[in-house]
Design a protein around this ligand. Structure first.
Ligand SMILES: Cc1cc2nc3c(=O)[nH]c(=O)nc-3n(C[C@H](O)[C@H](O)[C@H](O)COP(=O)(O)OP(=O)(O)OC[C@H]3O[C@@H](n4cnc5c(N)ncnc54)[C@H](O)[C@@H]3O)c2cc1C
Ligand code: SF4
Ligand code: SF4
Length: 338
C-alpha cells in the first residue's frame, strides 16, 4: 500500500469542505469507484473499492489530480502569467453566447480546422437548467452549448473519461472554471502512469473566469422557485454582473443581489483564490471588455495559435479595448479570500 489513495484525499479535502466539485478525481479513478451521491454533493465518496488499499497496487490517481490537496502545486492567483490580453467577439451570430461568443468561435474554428477532435465542456438540460458534462465534436453543438453554467450539479470533468477511453479522442480541448483548469494542468504534468492517457490527449486547456458557482438545488429549486416563483423552464438566461440577472422567456428580468445568494454558493468555492484560471492555455471572462465582447487572456503559445487561427479564418474579431483595472481589482479581491 503506497498510502497515496482516496483516504488521503478524504482527509485533506473532503473532510475540510474544500472540494470544488471539479470532478477530476471522478474522471480519473481507474476503478470508477469515486462518485458524488445525490444526498450530499459537497464532495465525492469512494464506493468501497480502491486499487491501492484493497489490492496493494499503487494508484493515487485521484489524489494526484486534485487541486485542493496540501501538495497541489497551484501557480498562485491574481492575473497569472500571460502573453497578451484582448477583447474578442465571434464574427457570426451565437445566440446563446454569454459575453462575446469568443469561446465558441475559437473552439469551433479549432474543430473545423482539425486542431482538435473534441471539446469537453459543460452544457445544460434546457428544461430544468441542470448542467451536464459533455463531449462535443461539431460547430453546431458548440453554438447550442454557448453560455455560462453558474450552477453546479455534476462533477464538471466527468465526460473527460468518456472522451479519452471510450471515444479515444487524441486531441481534446477542455473548458473549465479555474479549479477544473488547475486539475487539468496537474493531469498533464503528473508523472503518474495512470494519468498519462489523459495528459497526452489534452491539447488545450480553456479557462473561464470565475468568482463562485451556486449549488443547483439551492439556487434553481430553492431560491428561484420557492422564493421568487420562477420555474426552471421559464428561465431564458442567467448572468452574473455584480448581481444575478435572471431573464425569463417572456423578456421579464429579475435582479437578485449576490448577498442574497451567499447561502447557495458551493462550500468549496469559499476558499478559492483564482479568478482568471492562471493554469490555462487561454482564458475568458466578461469583466474588462465592452458589452458584447469577451476578455481573452492568452497564456501559452498553444493558446496564441488557437486565437490567431480563429482571427485569420475570419471567425473572430479582436479589439485592444480592454480595461485591466477592474479585472485586477476583482482578482485581488478573490485572492484575499483564501
Ligand atoms: C461559474 C462561472 C462563473 C463565472 N464568473 C465570472 C466572473 O465573475 N467574471 C467574469 O468576467 N466572467 C465570469 N465567467 C465567465 C463568463 O460568464 C463567460 O463564460 C466568458 O466571458 C466567456 O464568454 P463567451 O461569450 O466568450 O463564451 P461562450 O461563447 O458563451 O461559450 C462558453 C463556453 O463555456 C462552456 N461552459 C459554460 N459553463 C461552463 C462551466 N461551468 N464549466 C465549463 N464549461 C462551461 C459552454 O459550454 C460554452 O462552450 C464565469 C463563468 C462561469 C461558468
Ligand atoms: S476538488 Fe475536484 S479532484 Fe478534488 S476532491 Fe473535489 S472533485 Fe475531486
Ligand atoms: S470559485 Fe473556484 S472552486 Fe468555485 S467553481 Fe469557481 S474556480 Fe471552482
Amino acid at each position: 500500500m503506497s498510502g497515496i489513495n482516496f483516504e488521503k484525499l478524504k482527509k485533506e479535502v473532503w473532510d475540510r469542505d474544500n472540494c470544488s466539485g471539479c470532478g477530476a478525481c471522478v474522471a480519473v479513478c481507474p476503478a470508477d469507484a469515486i462518485v458524488f451521491l445525490d444526498n450530499d454533493k459537497s464532495h465525492p465518496v469512494n464506493t468501497g473499492y480502491c486499487k491501492d488499499l484493497n489490492d496493494n497496487v499503487p494508484c493515487g490517481a485521484c489524489y494526484s489530480v486534485c487541486p485542493r490537496t496540501d501538495s497541489a502545486n497551484i501557480k498562485g492567483s491574481m492575473m497569472g502569467d500571460f502573453l497578451e490580453i484582448k477583447a474578442a467577439k465571434s464574427a457570426y451570430e451565437v445566440s446563446g453566447k454569454q459575453s462575446g461568443g469568443a469561446v465558441t468561435a475559437i473552439l469551433s474554428n479549432a474543430l473545423d480546422k482539425g486542431f482538435i477532435d473534441a471539446v469537453v465542456t459543460v452544457s445544460e438540460d434546457k428544461w430544468n437548467h441542470k448542467p451536464k458534462s459533455v463531449v462535443i465534436t461539431s460547430k453546431e453543438a458548440m453554438i447550442y452549448s454557448a453560455g455560462s453554467r453558474y450552477n453546479w450539479w455534476i462533477p464538471t470533468l466527468f465526460a473527460l473519461k468518456e472522451a479519452v477511453f471510450k471515444k479515444k479522442y487524441a486531441n481534446i480541448a477542455v473548458i473549465g472554471t479555474p479549479c477544473a483548469v488547475s486539475a487539468l494542468r496537474l493531469m498533464k504534468e503528473s508523472d503518474n502512469d495512470l494519468l498519462k492517457p489523459f495528459g497526452k490527449s489534452i491539447r488545450l486547456i480553456f479557462g473561464l473566469f470565475c468568482t463562485e458557482t451556486f449549488d443547483y438545488e439551492s439556487l434553481v429549486e430553492g431560491k428561484l422557485k420557492n422564493e421568487f416563483g420562477i420555474e426552471a423552464w421559464e428561465i431564458e438566461r442567467l448572468d452574473v454582473k455584480g448581481r444575478l440577472e435572471v431573464t425569463l422567456t417572456d423578456g421579464t428580468k429579475n435582479d437578485i443581489s449576490l448577498k442574497d445568494l451567499e447561502g447557495c454558493i458551493r462550500k468549496g468555492c469559499l476558499s478559492c483564490t483564482d479568478l482568471t484560471a492562471v493554469d490555462s492555455d487561454i482564458s475568458a471572462g466578461a469583466i474588462g471588455s465592452p458589452e458584447g465582447y469577451t476578455t481573452i487572456v492568452v497564456r501559452t503559445e498553444e493558446g496564441k495559435g488557437f486565437l490567431t487561427s480563429a482571427v485569420n479564418s475570419g471567425n473572430l474579431v479582436l479589439s485592444d479595448d480592454v480595461d485591466l483595472g477592474p479585472i485586477e481589482r476583482l482578482a485581488e479581491k478573490k485572492a484575499k479570500r483564501g
